[in-house]
Every structure is written in structure tokens, then in C-alpha cells.
Design a protein around this ligand. Sequence first.
Ligand code: C2E
Ligand code: CA
Ligand code: CA
Length: 647
Amino acid sequence: MSKSLSDGKSFYKDEAELLYGNAKSGIIVTLLASTILVFAFDTPEVHTQKLYWWIGILALVVARLMDLYSWKKHSLNVSYNAKNFIHRFIVGAILSSLMWCSYCIYISRYASSTELASTIIVVSAFAGGASTILAANKSLAMGYAAIMLAPFSVALVLSSQEYQFTLGLLGLAFSLVMVMTARKSADFTSHAIRLKNDNAELVNKMEQKVARRTQKIYQLSNLDPLTGLFNRSAFMSHMQEQLDLSAKNSIPLALLFIDLDGFKKINDTLGHQTGDKVLKNTAERLKALQGDQQLLCRWGGDEFLITFMAANEDAALAFANSVIEKVSESYDFENNRLFISATIGIAISPNHTDSADELIQLADTAMYNQKKLSPSSVGLFNSELGQRIVRENQLKVGLSKAIEKQQLRLVYQPIVASKSHQVVAFEALLRWDFAGENIPPDKFIPIAEQYGLIINLGTWVLQQSCIAAAAWQALNNDTRPSVSVNVSVLQLYDENFINIVALALKNAKLTAENLTIEITESIFSNDKIIILKCIKTLQKMGVKVSIDDFGTEYSSLSVIQSLAANTLKIDRSFVNMLDTNGKVIIEAVKHMAVKLDYAVVAEGVETQEQAEQLSALDIEMLQGYFFSKPIELHDVEDYLLNNSPKN
Ligand code: C2E
Ligand code: CA
Ligand code: CA
């Protein structure tokens, strides 16, 4: 056992505690015993001396009791000097033993045999008691026992009387045993004290270790490792406190939903490391703005939340604007000077809701809405937005049951050859009759995408379109129109998508060449590798691929090249602008398409003039109200009959 562990203050404290803790009864017994011995035996020769001695003992007892009292008071103070008290105790105890020793030796010459025997029993008892009561200090315990009994015994041995000689021998033997016992029990006690202190030290160390581990676990489970801000779960667990405080003090609580603008671009173009630096730096800026009672977290990706107490709407807006200002300051890293900004949505409790989850959701909605309206600015949640959410929820629930309730149907819009106006295909367009209300696909398709309903819907559309197109192939008619089906990017991500297409073709007995998949240009901002792989597989099966709404988004030329789609569908906004610069753009697209071996469709053709102009530009196919609005399935056959090419 290392000494350094147990040496030191705590060891002395334990020693003092043991000595003083056992002292009171010992001191009182001393007084009792001395009183009895002095007054019970009448020894006329030494009567006065005995009285003086007794007064001396009385004084010593009082002094020792006062010392005990003083120790009691001081020991309450953790940093009291225990060593000092031990010395004082030793002095008191040794003085007491010396007084007994001198008493015994002095009276041994005058006392009767009874008094002598009584006296030796009393001091033997004291010597015996000392071996345990004083065990906390080895020298004291041994010294006390020895002084108490040994000199007296020697004096008796030296006396001329035989019974005194015998008593003296017995006393000597007893004092030897007592000294040995005192030594043993002192060793034992000091060992115990050391053990106790070592244990305390060990426990202390363990506690420190546990505290460090707890801190680590706290960090791992509560803090975002990149920014050191609260993570989602920690934020949520403290959010309720904020709401309670706000309710208790009747002070509104604003929640700011902060979403960075331009972060994704930095991440994509300059890499994740730079992205991480930007996020860390943003977190530091937000921390600097964070007030005492405000809660801040990284909600995910490039989203942060911060609460703002004492907020009326204006104060919350002002604070949010200061956040945008701070985030918009330049980020200077090594050779780069970067700029990002933030869009912030605000919801206020209790005005908008008093639930934490909902408050975040509403602020998120306000942010999302603001980003569409005008990025890098602040949007406050309002009731109109709230109604929109309620509506969206209704649509979501309704849409999830729309197939089962047979509220969905497909209408088909012809795509014609520009020269002959012969129908070459029909585009399948989804319609939803939601309890008598026609919901346009522009409204419900995004909801289906957002809430994971698009896979089921899209599968149903594919199945129905293939069945319809298979029927058209069997018509007694020269035209064998194919079918074009709009497919959402989420369907392309679905690993089962190829199987779904294959099964739809197989069940409808439609050859793959009669199916075209329309994908919007915007999907190329997503993960290109998965999408390109999916599209290549479809093409290998014989399915054609058309790029929808071409020109509205930013498909890079290289992607279009590697994609090797079959058709480009020029967005109707360019057709609308044919009179102005739309023509130049369409010419350019056509030029490129020829080089890449694509066919071109122009959609949204509404007038004969547009149709003629596009035909003159050698655009192969046309689609639009000029030819036909989307028609019901049961009208397709008639439509084909009436519009078959005039031979
Ligand atoms: P889109 O694929 O660009 O479809 C063409 C849209 O333009 C259709 O609107 C069509 O009715 C409309 N349109 C056609 N000719 C003209 C015209 O001459 N002038 C004008 N102003 N509009 C014309 P619709 O049916 O409302 O569809 C809107 C969008 O909804 C579609 O745009 C497509 O992106 C999406 N959509 C429709 N059905 C489905 C579907 O089954 N699945 C998926 N994923 N999306 C669908
Ligand atoms: Ca389309
Ligand atoms: Ca389109």
C-alpha cells in the first residue's frame, strides 16, 4: 500500500477523531475512580497529599474536558489542524498517567492491603482500557499503559512485604501484556485508518472518472459533434422548460427556424471540409448572438433553431434580421472568401401554438414559405399559412385513400407529328376527384411526393397507362400511339422501380417501345449516378425516355449527353415566347438535339400560328390545346378515328 495515499491531513483527522471520540467516558471514569480511591480509604498519613492530588486530578480532568470541547468545535471546520489537537491530547493523557503513577508509588508505602489491591485493580483497568481507547496513537497507547502500571509494579516488587512482591510481579506481567496488546491494537487501528483513506481516495478517483465519463456521454448524446451546439433531442428536452417559463411569466416565446442559403452549393463545389468549416463558423456566430435565456441548436444539415423570449413580433423580426446580417458576413478561409445567407421562419408561442413540436413545425413552414417567396429574409407564421397546412393535411389523408376510393383517373393528351398532325402518342395526365372537387396535379403531386405516397400513385399510373396503350395497339387503325407517363424522381430512386415498370408492361402485354417515361429536367440536381443507372436500365429494356420541361432548369449539357434520352420536351414557356426570343432558344435546342440525335417535342401549342412556326423550325412533335386538351380514356378511340391521317 502506498504511503502517500494515506499520509496527510485525513489520516491525522481520523486519529484525532478516534482519540477525542473515545475520551469523554475515559476522563469521567478517571474522576470517578480517583474520587473513590481518595475518599473511600482512610489513610491518615497521606490524607492531605491525597486531597491535593485529587484536586490536581480534578484540574486535569477539567482541562481535558475543555480541550475535548474545543476539539469538537474545531473539528467541524474541514481544514482544522488535527495534528495540534493530537499533541494536546497526548500531553493530557500522559499527564494523567503520570499523576496516577506518582499516586500509586506514593501511597504504596502507607496503604492497607485492601486499598493497595483496589488501587492496582483500578490502574490495571486503566492500562487495559488504554490499549483500545488510545489505539489510534501507538506511542501514547503503549506509553500510557506502561507508565500507569510498570513503575508502580516495580515499586511493589522492591517492597519488603511478600504479598506486595507478588502483586508487583503480577502487575509487571500484566503491564507487559497490556503494552503488547496496545501495540497490536494500535497497529491494527492505523492499518484500518490507512485502508479507509486509501479506499476514500480510490472512491474519489472513481467518482472523478465516472464524472468524466458522464460528461462525455452527455456530450455525445446532447451535443452536435461538429458545432458543439445542442442537438435535436437536447433542444427538445429543454424546449418545454422555455415554454413553461414563457407561460409562467406571460412572455411570448418566439422560435426562429434558420435555414442557410447557398450552403449546399458550397458543400457540392468546395467539398464537405469547407462545408463543415462554414457550419462551425455559423454556429459560432449564432452563439455570439445567443442571449442568456435563449436556446440554440443545430436542427440538422444547415438548419439551426434559436428561441427568443420577451418577444413581440417586432422584436422577434428585428432579432431574426440581425441573425441574417451576421450570417451574411463573409467567411474567410485561407484563400477563399465565401458568402452565404439565411432564410428564417418565425412562430410564436402561445399566439400560434403552445406545443413545442408544433411551434417548430410552424416556424419551419414559415421558413419554407419565405424561401419560395424571397430567400435570405424573415417570414412570420400567419393564419393563412396555417390554413394551408390544414388543407395540405386534408389532401394528404385524402390522397392516401384516393386509389382505394376510385377517385383517380387518367386523361390523355395527344402528341402529334408536326407535319402530318398524326397522333403519335398520348401523355397520361392524372386527375383527382376529391369528393366532388377537382384537385389539379400541380397541387397534389408535390404532396404525394412529400408524404411518400408517390410510389403507390406512380405504380397505379404506370399500370393504367400500359393497359390503355395496349388497347390502342389493338385498334383497327393505322396509328398505334404510344403512351408517355410522367415519373417523379422519387420513383427513380425506388430500387423496385424497374420491376414495377417491367410488371406493368408484362401484365398489359405492351411492348416496351410503346412506353415513354417523362422525367423533369429538375431531377438532375439530385444524385445523378442512381438516376442515370436507372434510366440506362429502362432504355436497355426498350422503354424510351423523354426530358420534360426542358430549358426551365439547369440540366448541364454533359448530363444530357451521357443520358442519351430519346426526346427533349421544350417547355411551353418558350412556345409562349415564340414571338420574342423564344424562337432563338428553340432553334438552339433543336440544333443541339440534332447533334445528340434527340427528337424534339414542343408542348403548350395553343395556336395554329405557333404550330406552323414550330413545324417550320423542324420540331418533330407538337402537343397542346390547339390540337386537343387532355381527353377521357373512353374518348380516345373516337378521337383517333376522327383524327386519323387523311390518305
Ligand atoms: P407536364 O408534364 O408538363 O404536363 C403538361 C401540362 O400542361 C398538363 O397539365 C397539361 O394539361 C398542360 N397543357 C397541355 N397543353 C397545354 C396548353 O396548350 N396550354 C396550357 N396552358 N397548358 C397545357 P396538368 O395535367 O395539370 O399537369 C400538370 C403537371 O402535373 C404535369 O406537367 C406533370 O408534371 C404533373 N403530372 C400530371 N400527371 C402526373 C403523373 O401521373 N405523375 C407525375 N409524377 N406527375 C404528373
Ligand atoms: Ca409531362
Ligand atoms: Ca412539361
